[in-house]
Write a protein that binds this ligand. Structure first.
Ligand SMILES: [Zn+2]
Ligand SMILES: [Zn+2]
Length: 245
């Protein structure tokens, strides 16, 4: 579905990946779960594009529900896959997932696990080779996103700011749904390695404006970056898995 001009989302909002289009060329931001490959083909077709128009896969972090079809894109299509340097080992499957517990759990977690079960998400496909980026760089891919390092959810979590599209692709540095219990609103995502660091890192978004904040899980946030950060800070020391008041 189209989010805004030149930006599309795969999936219904539970596990998101995005397409950023510029001059007919496409960057894939995050790669969902392996079973989302068919959604990728369908979404490309819906905008009149094919895999031939895709130039790169960029990952907001190395978690298994974000690297899903990246290895397939790399090996079958020769597409470069990149991730922040501090998450490269995680994406390659060389280190253990640093994430901790998910906070309060409700019935909604079953939906997430069912989604994983039916989209190949229980057996992650690690990325054989990734190129890496650091904070502040502008990536030489369609859309020219600028990297904002937001460590905490994972050490190498990063947001991608596509200023020309008024979009901030924020990965799991901020969620708008808790996959564990279904609560909604800006929050620190469940399964965050270091919630305090994740909240502190949001200070790095000072001065960043984006009409569309696009999370890895949940619906777009259109209330402004500063307001999202304010709500999370107001929610207490972990802000994890529950809505920020
Ligand atoms: Zn994650
Ligand atoms: Zn995630």
């Amino acid at each position: 579905m189209q989010i805004t001009k030149g930006v599309h989302r795969l999936g219904s909002g539970l596990v998101n990946s995005y397409l950023v289009e510029e001059a007919g060329l496409v960057t894939i931001v995050d790669a969902g779960m392996p079973g989302n490959w068919s959604d990728l083909l369908a979404e490309l077709a819906s905008i009149g594009r094919t895999l031939d128009d895709v130039r790169a896969v960029v990952l907001t972090h190395g978690h298994s529900d974000h690297i899903g079809y990246a290895e397939r894109a790399r090996t079958e299509r020769g597409l470069p896959v990149s991730v922040h340097e501090l998450d490269a080992a995680l994406a390659r499957g060389e280190v253990k997932n640093p994430a901790r517990g998910g906070g309060p759990v409700g019935i909604a977690v079953l939906r997430f696990f069912w989604y994983g079960l039916t989209h190949g998400g229980l057996k992650s496909v690690h990325v054989g080779e990734v190129s890496t980026f650091g904070d502040g760089v502008v990536l030489d891919v369609p859309g020219a996103p600028r990297v904002i390092h937001l460590p905490g959810h994972t050490p190498g979590s990063a947001a991608l700011h596509v200023e020309a599209r008024d979009v901030l692709l924020i990965g799991d540095a901020l969620s708008t749904v808790a996959v564990t219990n279904g609560s909604t609103g800006p929050m620190i995502a469940p399964y965050t390695a270091d919630p305090a660091a994740a909240i502190a890192a949001l200070g790095r978004l000072d001065g960043i404006e984006a009409g569309w904040v696009l999370p890895g899980h949940g619906q777009p946030w259109t209330g402004g970056v500063a307001e999202a950060v304010r709500r999370i800070r107001a929610a207490g020391p972990d802000g994890m898995g529950r809505p920020a008041a």
